[in-house]
Design a protein around this ligand. Structure first.
Ligand code: TXA
Ligand code: MG
Length: 341
């Protein structure tokens, strides 16, 4: 099939395709999502097929308003309203216990809970409204590859396999939403996946503690958020994390080992190592926001076969605030490995 690129005047056409069960990728502020009508099991099944995603990993239900969530949930956590008022639309996914049978089992992975999010993107909110139903939306990449932060990334992975894509340029944040478990009304909210909405931001709003699940789990364990168990975001090229003070030594080592090396880092480090490596992908500045925005695009760029790299070295960030989400995705890409001589 030919994959159509829809512009903003064609949202209605894209919505019609979704309504009848076809797949259309949509932009959000985090990463691009692969949209399908949440109420059509065959369409949702197709999402798993084209991504090559394991079916026990449930999907996020993307809504255009909090009202839409009420069709599927009746027992809300007492903090829900406050959280929604402050963070939706935005990079925060909420897990609720759902009304039995209100969503197809293929959406929820057979769980009695489901994930909901109202993305902060005008075109996509309009698309959901026009489609008249919520849309499932896993990241629009081949399972196991870095999530797509541009329409070109989606095209690269899914061209010919989906009906269309709505291009809205590069995504603002660059990593997937924070997943917050609100399914037990008597328990404190728990972060299952770190993202741009931090524990501290949530605690300021709800004026009570937020718990965190362990975000990196072994294959054999069963995490609360099924997605956390899969090896995600990993390019084919070997990736190593490099601590700030280790860069000079790491570069000497790559030369000794004759490794064709690429570097993913902010301007300070990039300028320091540029002449000694085969390729550099530079974050737009040295901030953690820039690193987070550029991480997946950089990994994809440096993993390109034409560069034929043996190794990708990536700058780390302090594990606080947004740095927690950045390091979570980076550690997965690097299989937890740091450069250590
Ligand atoms: O930013 C995002 O969240 C992007 C954009 C497109 O919205 N979407 C995204 O979807 O990252 P996906 O499918 O790649 O990640 C969904 C995550 C997975 O880790 C999954 O296990 C978790 O949400 N999840 C879904 N339903 C759940 C549930 N009922 N309980 C616990 N975790 C759940
Ligand atoms: Mg994903």
């Amino acid at each position: 099939m030919e994959t159509i690129k829809y512009d903003e005047t064609q949202l209605n056409e894209a919505a019609k395709e979704l309504a009848v069960g076809n797949l259309v990728a949509f932009p959000t502020e985090t990463v691009y999502g692969l949209g399908a009508n949440v109420l059509l099991p065959e369409a949702v099944k197709q999402v798993f097929t084209v991504k090559g995603r394991p079916q026990d990993n449930p999907l996020i239900v993307h809504v255009a308003s909090f009202e839409q969530v009420k069709e599927y949930v009746d027992n809300f956590h007492p903090l829900t309203e406050q959280i929604v008022k402050n963070f939706w639309p935005g990079p925060l996914t909420l897990i609720f216990h759902i009304k039995k049978g209100s969503l197809p089992g293929i959406v929820t992975g057979g769980l009695s809970t489901a994930a909901f999010r109202m993305p902060d993107n005008k075109k996509t909110l309009e698309l959901i409204q026009l489609a008249g139903v919520p849309l499932v939306g896993p990241s629009a990449n081949t399972s196991g590859k870095p999530s797509p932060t541009t329409a070109d990334h989606v095209f690269h992975d899914l061209k010919g396999k989906i009906t269309g894509i709505i291009d809205d340029g590069a995504t603002r944040i660059g990593v997937e939403s924070t997943v917050l478990d609100l399914s037990d009304p008597s328990a404190p909210p728990m972060i299952l996946r770190p993202g741009a909405i931090t524990k501290e931001q949530l605690e300021v709003v709800i004026e009570s503690p937020v718990a965190t699940d362990r975000h990196l789990v072994k294959e054999s364990e069963t995490p609360k958020s099924p997605g956390m168990k899969y090896k995600h975001y990993s390019p084919d090229t070997r990736v190593l994390m490099v601590e700030k003070t280790d860069w000079p030594e790491a570069i000497i080592w790559t030369k000794e080992q004759k490794l064709r090396t690429g570097v993913l880092a902010g301007p300070t480090i990039a300028d320091q190592v540029r002449k000694d490596v085969a390729a550099v992908y530079m974050y737009y500045d040295d901030s953690v926001e820039a690193a987070t925005k550029g991480l997946f695009a950089g990994l994809r760029g440096l993993d390109d076969d034409r560069l034929a790299l043996d190794l990708i070295l990536v700058q780390v960030a302090p594990e606080e605030g947004l740095g927690i989400a950045y390091m979570n995705r980076l550690k997965k890409a690097a299989g937890q490995n740091y450069y250590k001589k």
